[in-house]
Each structure stands twice: as C-alpha cells, then as structure tokens.
Write a protein that binds this ligand. Structure first.
Ligand code: NAP
Length: 239
C-alpha cells in the first residue's frame, strides 16, 4: 500500500464518482492528495485535502498549482478527471452547450497540463493521467460534444507524451467504459441498460476499477508507458 509514497497528486473532479475513487486510492497508496472539484465543499477522510477549483478557469488553474507547489513543493501527478456531458446530437446542440462541454472536458485538460508542465520539466519527472472514455475511441448516437472532447483528450495526451517523451514526464489517457457513478445514475435508464447490454462482461464497472488503473499510471510501475491508452471497459472496445 505504498505505491505512491512521497508523491504529490492533484485530482480534478474528485467530489464524487471516478475522481473520488481515484483520490481515495491514491491516498491509500501513500500519496499526498489534493482533491478538487467545482463545489464549495466535499467531505473526505483525513489525509485528502479538498479544494474548490473550476477546471474551465485558467486563473483558477494557476492558483491551485501555485498554492499546491507553495505548500507541498511540487505536483508529481496530475489526474485530469473532471468532466461533464451534454446528450444532444449535433443538429440539436446549442453553441453554449458545446462551449461549456469543450471548456470543461477539453480546455480544462489543456490548462491543467500547461500549468503543471514547467515544474515537471524542471524536476525531470511527472505523470499526467487524462480521463477520456470509450467514447474517445468509438461512438454511440448523440452526445456530440462529449465525443468530440473525449477524442480530443485522447490525442492531446499523445501529443504531450511525444513532445515531452525524453523529459521524464509521462502522459497517458484512461478510457473507462460504462461506470456506475452519479453521472450515469442521472442518465436515461434505457441508455444505461443498452450500454451495459453491449458490454461483453455484461455489467457496469465500479469507480474503484478505474482508480486501480489510475494508480498504475501514476506510479513508477508504468515508467515505460507514455502516450498509451489504458482501456478499462469490460471488453467494450475489443468488439
Ligand atoms: P460525475 O459523477 O458526474 O463527477 C464529475 C465530477 O466532476 C464532480 O465531482 C464534479 O464536481 C466535477 N466537475 C464538474 N464540472 C467541473 C468543473 N468545471 N470544474 C471542476 N470540477 C468539475 O462523473 P464521473 O462519472 O465520475 O466521470 C468522471 C470522468 O470520467 C469524466 O471525465 C467522465 O467524462 C469520465 N467517464 C465517465 C464514465 C462513466 O461511465 N461514468 C465513462 C467514461 C468516462 P462536484 O462534485 O463538485 O459537482
């Protein structure tokens, strides 16, 4: 239980769901965890520090990285997990919904990587884990902006990985399949049943199963991995 000993990890969208499971798994593995999300407060067990932080706001990114660095000396691991969804197909999608999904899911990932990168490059080490989705690699009908941003996160990760490949900074993307979280709990049950029925393992995943992959990517066990896609999806993309 010490696979992340000594590491300082910033996890976004950690108020609930997958991000919360990642923050808790990181703390259990010995990391100092700064868990952030948009709400003013969330309760966490001792050992995880919660901070309000809007990933769509570049000034807020500057603040959170500066404060974390001032207090803990560095950011070793960044997990860009915060994400939102709009379900509309492209011909019914408003510009404001498009802009909001892009701002959180895609621009937020850009801001996060940009803010932590100088410190990671200076130290010659770091691991960035960007949460994409199986909808970054394949598609179902609807949710046009969500698919667009998750595809972008997949390739932004590869570009950053290649750009900094010899620097000691690794960048990988994580691709969950259907996971039971507040996000999917709020979806149309018929949609959820359909995606589960198309999942070879025949069930929803648990946030802890995604967190296990994030621990691996954050840790030195994945030291020869960069630009990779870690798919945790009950077999969905293997079809
Ligand atoms: P969730 O239950 O809806 O949780 C999302 C978290 O993101 C919440 O903690 C929320 O904050 C936070 N958040 C939303 N907007 C934010 C913003 N502007 N700034 C900072 N934080 C913000 O979602 P989830 O299912 O755990 O999904 C987490 C990630 O996994 C997302 O990127 C999602 O696209 C991806 N994913 C999920 C699934 C799935 O089946 N669940 C599958 C593939 C990929 P508050 O709690 O403070 O409101």
């Amino acid at each position: 239980m010490n696979r992340l000993d000594g590491k300082v990890a910033l996890v976004t969208g950690a108020g609930r769901g997958i991000g919360r499971a990642i923050a808790e798994a990181f703390a259990a593995e010995g990391a100092t965890v700064i868990a952030t999300s948009q709400s003013a407060s969330h309760d966490f067990a001792p050992g995880i520090r919660y901070q309000q932080h809007d990933v769509a706001d570049e000034n807020d990114w500057r603040r959170i990285v500066e404060e974390t660095t001032a207090e803990y000396g560095r950011v070793d691991v960044l997990v860009n997990n915060a994400g939102i969804i709009a379900y509309e197909p492209l011909h019914e999608l408003s510009s404001s919904d498009w802009d909001r999904v892009v701002a959180v899911n895609q621009t937020g990932v850009f801001y996060g990587m940009r803010e932590v990168m100088p410190g990671m490059l200076e130290r010659g080490s770091g691991s960035i884990v960007n949460v994409s989705s199986i909808w970054g690699n394949s598609a179902v009908a609807g949710a046009h902006a969500y698919h667009a941003t998750k595809g972008a996160v997949r390739n932004m990760s590869k570009n950053a990985a290649i750009t900094f490949a010899t620097s000691g900074v690794r960048v990988n993307s994580l691709h969950p399949g259907f996971i039971a979280t507040p996000l999917t709990d709020a979806q149309d049950p018929a949609v959820n049943e359909y995606v589960v029925s198309q999942t070879p393992m025949g069930r929803a995943g648990r946030p802890e199963e995604i967190a296990a992959g994030a621990v691996f990517l954050a840790s030195d066990e994945s030291s020869f991995m960069t630009g990779a896609e870690l798919v945790i999806d009950g077999g969905y993309l293997a079809q």
